[in-house]
Design a protein around this ligand. Structure first.
Ligand code: NAD
Length: 484
């Protein structure tokens, strides 16, 4: 199967924070892959902008090293790497001051798409927008890409929306949530809305419950001071898990278009019930198996920030009344595994009798690793000896179904950056959506803060706190195993 690559229009993409971790690991390597696949046109250029004084040759050498580190040899070659790097420039700019801006302005070309990726600390988002405007660098067709976190609560998200709106129209603002760029997440929409099979069953009458898991093996790493001020609820649930929940729970949009999709997601967020204190479990990893504990990792022995959170969430509308959504995410868990599992109810009557060992139909949408979709169904166990049933997966792993191209899935950032150049906002969050997500999150956080709750301990390398098991056990359900 040959993948189709449609080149985008010529562009100047300025990556603010071009020397940072995200630019080195994801943005520039992703752009190289798009260039190598023929999607980035010859006339496209990338201009990295950051504070350090550095000449272009030094920056290119840095990016060459980054691409060699983060892209497997089979996906790169010397010729295309040279050709790509010849389109990469560097410009020293102070996001917070006046240095470098006239120089950047002079480099922008007319008649190409202008996009500006804000891959810097969130405190600089507002000043970047202001300076792009004041120096006449952005025009009415320009786009800005804003990284996470978008605010720390509803008030700060609203303030940031207002600041950006002073210089850019909403149609120019691309709030990135890289989960939406994941191929399987988009496939979730294809599975739901391009097939007749699932949608008639996609409601509380037929769906028993939904589990959304984003498990990481890493700890807080070098982001300790940011993370300790945020925690799993702000860092993961408010954005990534909430977006996944929206795509599962939303009504079919009338078209796969930005506002049609985002209107439906917004309705889901607004239909979320407040979370009861008994429906929340917070955890903090403790040193185990040679791994350090959270308190040590953030150098804050008194921290009450959660590195794990599990929630039972209800969507109060006709479609979902009575179907709980269980969300969990955490660091230093036993495996890196992100998936959505939609568990269907039992058939109303078993013609095979009581001992047919019936197990649920589950649709498993796996985001990482091994992206793919599985549907667990009952079949007859092969062989003579009566009607014994087994539960087996119908496996739609991309590598199997689509051949080598299926296994070589573009990284989420690649897809999303190309969408920015195309001017397609479908997979980006709208301002009101982000504010609504915070409006749901804020009282949950305020609740546990006012109750003075401490997160419970869980050993690093395990499945998380024991209490999280109870969250499901008491409903007669259980979490799926966290497995790679
Ligand atoms: P980083 O600290 O590694 O890099 C920051 C970059 O900003 C550097 O290039 C630095 O030179 C530049 N910078 C700092 N002050 C500046 C100034 N006054 N003027 C111009 N440039 C300045 O940060 P990062 O990890 O690359 O993260 C960048 C953004 O992406 C942040 O908003 C972060 O929250 C977000 N993000 C990062 C990751 C990740 O994996 N690193 C993941 C998700 C979101």
């Amino acid at each position: 199967m040959v993948s189709r690559v449609i080149p985008v229009d010529p562009f100047d993409l300025v990556v603010f924070g071009g020397t940072g971790d995200l630019a080195r690991r994801k943005i520039l390597p992703g752009l190289y892959r798009r260039f190598r696949d023929g999607q980035m046109p010859q006339q496209a250029r990338v201009i990295a902008a950051a504070r350090s004084d550095m000449d272009e040759a030094a920056y290119r050498a840095e990016i060459r090293a980054a691409i060699e580190e983060y892209i497997a040899p089979r996906h790169r070659d010397a010729d295309t790497l040279d050709a790509f790097l010849s389109r990469v420039g560097y410009c020293a700019v102070d996001a917070d001051g006046q240095d470098g801006w006239p120089g950047l302005a002079a480099r922008m070309r007319p008649d190409v798409v202008r996009a500006f990726y804000f891959s810097v600390a969130p405190a600089l988002f507002g000043s970047l927008a202001e300076r792009l405007h004041d120096h006449g660098i952005a025009d009415a067709q320009s786009r800005i890409v804003v990284e996470k976190p978008f605010g720390n609560d509803r008030a700060s998200a609203r303030a940031l929306n207002e600041t950006l709106a002073a210089y850019f129209d909403e149609t120019q603002i691309y709030r990135i949530d890289h989960y939406l760029g994941k191929e399987t997440v988009q496939n979730l929409m294809a599975v739901r809305f391009a097939n007749i099979l699932f949608e008639p069953l996609w409601n509380a009458q037929f769906v028993d419950h939904v589990q959304i898991t984003v498990a990481e093996t890493v700890g807080v790493g070098g982001r300790g001071s940011y993370y300790d001020g945020a925690g799993a609820m702000r860092d993961m649930v408010q954005n990534h898990l909430m977006q996944l929940l929206c795509l599962i729970a939303m009504e079919p949009p009338h078209r796969f278009e930005p506002d049609a999709v985002r209107d439906e997601k917004l309705k889901v967020i607004r239909a979320l019930d407040p979370v009861a204190p008994g429906d929340i479990v917070r955890g903090q990893y403790a040193a185990a198996g040679g791994m350090t504990g959270y308190l040590e990792d953030v150098s804050n022995p008194a921290s009450r920030t959660e590195s794990y959170v599990a929630l039972r969430v209800h969507v109060s509308n006709w479609r979902w009344k009575g179907t709980p959504f269980y969300l969990r995410t955490g660091k230093r868990l036993r495996a890196r595994s992100s998936e959505i599992a939609v568990t269907f109810r039992e058939p109303p009557h078993s013609i095979f009798g009581e001992d047919a060992s019936w197990r649920e139909n589950v649709l498993i949408i796996r985001l990482q690793p091994n992206e793919g979709i599985k549907l667990r169904v009952m079949i007859k166990e092969p062989g003579p000896g009566g009607m014994r049933l087994v539960n087996v997966p119908l496996d739609m792993s991309f590598a199997q179904a689509l051949g080598p191209e299926g296994a070589d899935i573009p990284d989420a950032y690649e897809r999303l950056i190309m969408d920015v150049i195309r001017g397609n906002q479908t997979l980006f969050m709208r301002g009101d959506e982000v504010e609504a997500a915070w409006a749901w999150t804020d009282p949950v956080i305020a609740g546990w803060e006012s109750r003075g709750e401490r997160p419970c301990r869980y050993d690093a390398g395990t499945s998380g706190p024991e209490d999280a098991l109870m969250l499901m056990h008491r409903d007669g359900r259980r979490w799926r195993e966290i497995a790679p």
